[in-house]
Design a protein around this ligand. Structure first.
Ligand SMILES: *Cc1c(COP(=O)(O)O)cnc(C)c1O
Length: 344
């Protein structure tokens, strides 16, 4: 198969249209067969539930070329299950896990020419999503839904080397206690846009959201979970019912314990503790881990000892191990890597 003529190393994180996408419709209480289509445009009623009441949720995952030339995805079953959780939270029908996996496989295989080669640092980003499609004017869930998966090649996250982030403790809340923070709903992003634009204008890379009830505990950023390394070498991640359960973060916790022999804790993390941390990072599919160098809490500057030039040593080990597993250089735990195209 010939690859597309794309400058992989200089690709950014923008939408590049590919050849095929998968569409499956829910109507009269059932999912249809579903399949690949060419058309990347959607036509729907101006009164569609998604447009009026934001009834939509999504997923994000990547396909990679491994060292031995296979095209794989990383733990797509976890994305399938999380999409089901999100669907339940928004009164949408659950898509069967098998259908999700089949959709992702088909989109990757049909767009294999867009999967960046091994070693380029680039990958094929997949965006599965589900939305209420029929006209709804009284406030109630739609009765017809579309599930769609498209993909777009994305460049290496750290172009020209890793740059630790500077983040601020936010005065705006991302998710209410007992709200929708734990599901991957588009509405969680809609309300974060103003605050991220404001953070960038003020010179920060990201917002650190805290628990709205006491404003003393760390939650997450707009689109990534936190991990911290304590000075005695433990990996700690905040625990809260309004954090979106990152698959990257959960995988890193497993890798820390089972590959690196670290002690791992998921517990409440207080703002007061941040000054005692050795390393901090943001985790999500896009970057795996972005190191945090500085946290600004209203005038108080907390500079992580790992500094502003590189990842801390434990963060680096976690990053190398997880990306090694994804790229096929390190043996993966059972079921973590799904082979879609085996070029051997
Ligand atoms: C998607 C997302 C993450 C990261 O999850 P991954 O499964 O690791 O990509 C973290 N926080 C929020 C709010 C998210 O929407």
């Amino acid at each position: 198969m010939d690859k597309k003529n794309i400058d992989w190393a200089n690709l950014g994180f923008g939408y590049v249209e590919t050849d095929k996408r998968y569409v499956c419709e829910f109507k009269d209480g059932a999912w249809d067969e579903g399949g690949l289509v060419d058309n990347g445009m959607i036509t729907m009623s101006e009164c569609a539930c998604v447009l009026q009441y934001a009834q939509t949720c999504f997923e994000g995952l990547k396909a990679y070329t491994t060292e031995d030339g296979k095209i794989v995805t990383f733990r797509p079953d976890m994305n399938a299950l999380r999409l089901q959780d999100s669907a339940r939270g928004l009164c949408m029908p659950e898509l069967p896990v098998e259908k999700f996996l089949e959709a992702v496989d088909q989109v990757v295989a049909a767009n294999a020419a867009y999967v960046p080669p091994y070693g380029s640092g680039a990958s094929l980003y997949l965006r599965p999503f589900l939305y209420g499609k029929n006209a709804v004017i009284g406030v109630k869930p739609a009765t017809e839904y579309e599930f769609r998966v498209f993909c777009t090649p994305v460049g290496p996250y750290f172009k020209g080397g890793v740059k630790p982030l500077t983040i601020r403790v936010s005065d705006v809340d991302r998710a209410a206690p007992h709200g929708t923070g734990h599901i991957k709903a588009g509405l969680n992003y809609a309300m974060s846009l103003k605050n991220i634009v404001d953070a960038h204008d003020a010179g920060y890379d990201e917002n650190m959201y805290v628990d709205p009830q006491t404003r003393t505990k760390v939650e997450e950023t707009g689109g990534a979970n936190f991990i911290f390394v304590t000075k005695d070498g433990k990996l700690v991640t905040p625990k809260s019912g309004s954090i979106l359960p990152s698959i990257t973060r959960r995988s890193l916790m497993y890798v820390a314990e089972h590959y690196l022999g670290l002690e791992v804790e998921e517990r409440e993390v207080y703002l007061d503790e941040l000054k005692d941390m050795a390393e901090a990072g943001l985790c999500g599919t896009a970057a795996v881990i972005s190191p945090v160098g500085k946290i600004v809490n209203h005038g108080e500057e907390i500079c992580l000892p790992s500094g502003m030039e590189a990842m801390g040593p434990v963060t680096q080990k976690l990053y190398d191990t997880l990306t090694g597993i994804q790229m096929g250089r390190i043996e993966a735990p059972e079921g973590w890597v799904r082979v879609i195209v085996d070029n051997k």
